[in-house]
Design a protein around this ligand. Structure first.
Ligand SMILES: *Cc1c(COP(=O)(O)O)cnc(C)c1O
Length: 221
């Protein structure tokens, strides 16, 4: 079960055509990433800044890097010039810093708003009220160097599929509501990033457009 190309193929066979696969390569060597790359994979997810900064120059430039984890504001500057999407926007100050740094590089960086949908305390993310407050704020409209493309969330780590289903349903409801109220005319607001190795089948049923899968591709970390 350590053939990365086969693992990717098997996951792709289970995904609907409209669902993108982010190969989560955190804590895995560049040689593993190259195996996935040679199998055709171009979207990769990392969630440690230092690690991503070390890997980036060693790997092909047509890889699209998604930063998927919690991002500290003071580290935005290290990845802003090359990252294609920041999935873990969980507070307004972080979004402003992404905008400020992207401005310096003359870029517009795609972002997803991370919502807190799990019961665990440890998972980061906006509450729905917090996100609404931010989007209603006029300061938000002035941010020209970020583009909010959708939402992201992590379900509870549990075997209770009902619970996972409910949490993903909640994220879909948040997405639909934000779309209707703030992004109705924005075609780029279309992503729901949910689903990992253990729950991507459920996530896909509940409307995911992007799954973030690590261990099922690269093996245990
Ligand atoms: C590690 C990680 C993943 C991938 O987890 P697997 O269970 O290995 O598929 C997905 N999303 C985030 C935010 C992660 O930190």
């Amino acid at each position: 079960m350590n053939n990365i190309a086969e693992n990717i193929q098997s996951i792709c066979n289970q995904l609907n055509k409209n669902v993108q696969l982010i190969a989560v390569s955190k804590l895995k060597p560049c040689s593993d990433i190259m195996e996935a790359y040679n199998a055709g994979q171009r979207l990769f997810g990392e969630n440690y800044v230092q690690e991503l900064v070390e890997k980036y120059p060693q790997l092909p430039k047509d890889i699209q890097w998604h930063f998927i984890g919690h991002l500290q504001r003071n580290k935005v500057k290290y990845i802003i010039d090359f990252v294609s999407c920041i999935q873990g926007i969980d507070n307004e100050n972080l979004l402003k810093e992404v905008d400020r740094q992207a401005n310096k590089h003359n870029r517009v960086v795609d972002c997803l708003l991370q919502f807190h949908i799990a019961q665990e305390e440890t998972k980061f993310g906006f509450t729905f009220e917090e996100a609404q407050q931010m989007l209603q704020n006029t300061n938000f409209a002035n941010l020209q160097h970020i583009r909010i493309c959708g939402v992201m969330g992590m379900a509870s780590f549990t075997n209770d599929n009902n619970k996972i289903t409910q949490e993903f349903k909640q994220l879909k409801i948040y997405f639909d509501s934000l779309k209707q109220n703030y992004f109705a005319d924005k075609n780029y607001f279309k992503e729901i990033s949910m689903g990992m190795t253990n729950d991507f089948a459920i996530a896909q049923q509940e409307g995911s457009t992007m799954v973030r899968i690590g261990s099922a591709i690269f093996g245990k970390r």
